[in-house]
Write a protein of this length. Structure first.
Length: 382
């Protein structure tokens, strides 16, 4: 096997009310920040908690919250110029995937001299990045632990993964209290997406003993969060279990690799602004059934960890039970079970699949796949 190399970066602090200590941690990286804020957080009161922590520690900052639902390379260009003109020491990003992705790209390109389109087209930054501190407002994130930043190219609406330097993100504060404003449906959908991360990473050709260990625990925690604990000795609140499971699923999949559902969901979202977690949930049962032909034993392990099947179930029954488990969750949450229910045509989806084929992530899927293979899965889910 290949040598195992693991570097602790970024630092992770996960726990209730960690947001209140943001100002203390920020001062370790400077005293002049851009606070990159998802605008929806102003509506639910989260922004006030973040601002209070920085103000109490006398941290100098200004707020950038012009992050529309169609955040793309134009948003990145405008934010980057503002940050450079202000000569900031670092960026604090609070929000979901699109906010964290733009902020990460900003930090990676802060000291670069080439045009932003050069980096969208594959150029790698060469200078030291600006420090980034992330506060995810959800329980999972596809790229937070990777050396890529997802940005929609405004020229084409295609998803681009900008290469970033190692160690752009210095610190992640994962506070379960930032998720209490989510609806029950949003929370359940994000739990399914976290489960998808864990399954994809566990089945990947890049999986190691380390990623397997993390992802097995992630699946167990997510199972407790979605179905309750099997014993009375586990009293951890659901939002904490979801955060723990989502963080570990994101870390484990990044250590291994994400799969087809995550790849397709991101390219569809980039083109058509449909929620990634909806697409991921719809695709997941079909991903499980496809993987049953080449990763049967590993799927059986996950099915039993989730308590989707009895401990003595056969491998074949365990896989079928796992796919059915996901479909039952989709029905319970009352979200679309088919891609056609998202008001997308098969022709539109074919464009997103072609976009997926242009990303290097296609080379790290659990099995060798072409865009034709990806489209077959999409057709089954349509």
């Amino acid at each position: 096997m290949a040598d195992f190399v693991f570097k602790i970066q970024p630092n992770i602090i996960l726990g209730s009310y960690t947001t209140s200590r943001l100002g203390q941690y920020a001062l370790e990286y400077g005293n002049k920040f851009m606070l990159f804020l998802d605008p929806i957080l102003k509506e639910n009161g989260t922004a006030e908690k973040v601002i209070q922590s920085l103000t109490d520690r006398k941290v100098d900052f200004f707020i950038y919250d012009d992050v529309p639902n169609t955040a793309n390379s134009e948003t990145l260009t405008a934010a980057l110029k503002l940050a450079q003109d202000a000569k900031i020491h670092g960026v604090i990003a609070v929000g979901g995937g699109r906010t964290l992705g733009i902020a990460k790209a900003l930090c990676a390109l802060f000291y670069e001299s080439k045009h932003i389109f050069d980096y969208l087209d594959g150029e790698a930054p060469v200078h030291t990045p600006l420090p980034l501190i992330c506060l995810p407002s959800t329980n999972r994130d596809s790229f937070i632990f990777t050396d890529r930043a997802p940005v929609t190219d405004a020229r084409s609406t295609k998803l681009k993964l900008i290469k970033t330097q190692n160690g752009v993100c210095k610190l992640i504060l994962w506070d379960p209290n930032l998720q209490v404003e989510l609806t029950e449906k949003q929370s359940d959908c994000m739990a399914l997406e976290s489960l998808c991360f864990a399954i994809e990473g566990y089945l990947s050709q890049k999986a190691t003993f380390f990623s397997d260990m993390i992802l097995e625990k992630a699946v167990q925690l997510l199972g407790y969060a979605m179905d309750g604990s099997p014993t009375l000795s586990i009293t951890t609140p659901q939002e904490v279990l979801l955060t723990q499971g989502g963080c570990m699923a994101s870390l484990g999949a990044a250590t291994s690799s994400f799969g087809a559902a995550t790849l397709i969901a991101n390219t569809i979202c980039s083109r058509y602004r449909v929620s990634r977690f909806l697409i991921t949930a719809i695709l997941l049962p079909y991903i499980i059934e496809d993987a049953g032909t080449f990763r049967a034993e590993k799927l059986s392990v996950l099915s039993k960890l989730l308590r989707a099947c009895p401990e003595d179930a056969t491998t074949e029954d365990a896989i079928a039970s796992l796919a059915e488990y996901v479909r039952q969750k989709i029905a319970k949450v009352n979200i679309p079970a088919r891609l056609k229910d998202l008001s997308l045509s098969i022709e539109e989806l074919s464009l997103a699949v072609e976009d997926a084929g242009e990303l290097e992530l296609i080379n790290s899927l659990p099995r060798s796949m072409t865009t034709d293979d990806l489209f077959e899965i999409v057709k089954k889910a349509y």
